[in-house]
Ligand binder design. Sequence first.
Ligand SMILES: Cc1cc2nc3c(=O)[nH]c(=O)nc-3n(C[C@H](O)[C@H](O)[C@H](O)COP(=O)(O)OP(=O)(O)OC[C@H]3O[C@@H](n4cnc5c(N)ncnc54)[C@H](O)[C@@H]3O)c2cc1C
Length: 72
Amino acid sequence: MSYDVLSMRWNARRDAEGNLIVSAHQETSIDGVYAAGDLVPGLNQIAVASAEAALAATDIHRRLRALESPER
Ligand SMILES: Cc1cc2nc3c(=O)[nH]c(=O)nc-3n(C[C@H](O)[C@H](O)[C@H](O)COP(=O)(O)OP(=O)(O)OC[C@H]3O[C@@H](n4cnc5c(N)ncnc54)[C@H](O)[C@@H]3O)c2cc1C
């Protein structure tokens, strides 16, 4: 999904520079939609994008596990 669709059609929150605002787990203002890399605030480097992707993947995994086993 492109940045334009997220930010304009779905109205995801952005900062003054136009970057998508994300939580500590890389979730955008749209529930269940995550972003990482150059379209979020921060240093535009491959290592940073990879780390952000790992944070997002971990949170997505946690949420999916919680759906499978709500008692956890
Ligand atoms: C010239 C240059 C040199 C750099 N050198 C370094 C360096 O030495 N070390 C370093 O750490 N970082 C470097 N960077 C920065 C690094 O490339 C980026 O920070 C990193 O690639 C960001 O990853 P990303 O996944 O956010 O975006 P990208 O790597 O740009 O990936 C986004 C992908 O999405 C695709 N895409 C876009 N729109 C759509 C759409 N609508 N539908 C489907 N696909 C779409 C694009 O084609 C692209 O493949 C450099 C950047 C540039 C421009």
